[in-house]
Design a protein around this ligand. Structure first.
Ligand code: CA
Length: 227
């Protein structure tokens, strides 16, 4: 089952939530303040965080913001505040869900189950998209970052590989140079659109006859034709 971090300074409520979650087979970590919560989260990589807003010292909002900057762990915020503005603020700093005190434990458990289902679904989508791609003579194994053409392994640079993977994941779809720059080079690029063009030229050459399937889309960018 899942590892769940419960951050709640009301000891009795924390214990109650812990018992309930353990009853469903989860492993539960308790933190009574924000600092401890951040420490535990870093150490044990929980699957879900249940986070009270009003905490001594570092409050739930600050904890939420910090957690979100470090990871994509789902966060369910608990609060005694019910103003819509607060709700919006909680969601804006990255909480995934929100419950107002007092709440029923049954509802809390239902929300946690819903979050875990979403996590599981996302994990499966991730795994599926990491699976090998076979497009005619072109074969890409993303986990190994291996590319073969007609069974012969290619020696691609990191950027050439990343470019190819984006094109190959969506054959037939056109990608603008700006999109490719953004997704392959991110912040590190200098030099602009030409950077994409020169890498595509090299990539085409290395791919041999498969390279001819990388089409230039005039005024836009590139597309990998279906084989
Ligand atoms: Ca509290």
């Amino acid at each position: 089952m899942a590892t769940i971090l419960v951050v709640e300074d009301e000891h009795e409520l924390a214990a109650l939530i812990k018992r309930q979650l353990e009853g469903e087979g989860h492993q539960v970590l308790l933190a009574y303040d924000g600092q401890t919560a951040l420490l535990l989260a870093a150490q044990s990589q929980p699957d879900v965080v249940i986070l009270d807003w009003m905490l001594p010292g570092l409050d739930g909002l600050a904890v939420c913001r910090t957690l979100r900057a470090r990871s994509i762990v789902p966060i369910l915020m608990l609060t005694a505040r019910d103003a819509e503005a607060d709700r919006v603020l909680g969601l804006e700093v990255g909480a995934d869900d929100y419950m107002t005190k007092p709440f029923s434990l049954r509802e809390l458990m239902a929300r946690v189950r819903a979050i875990l289902r979403r996590v599981e679904l996302l994990r499966r989508v991730d795994e599926a998209s990491a699976g090998p791609l076979s497009l005619g003579a072109l074969f890409i194994d993303p986990l190994a970052r291996r590319v073969t053409v007609h069974g012969v392994e290619l020696d691609l640079t990191v950027k050439e590989y990343d470019l190819l993977l984006i094109l190959a994941r969506h054959p037939g779809r056109s990608f603008s140079r700006a999109y490719l720059l953004d997704h392959v080079w991110g912040d590190e690029y200098e030099g602009g659109d030409r950077t994409v063009d020169t890498h595509i030229v090299r990539l085409r050459r290395k791919l041999g006859d498969v390279g001819e399937r990388i089409a230039t889309v005039w005024g836009v960018g590139y597309r990998l034709e279906n084989g």
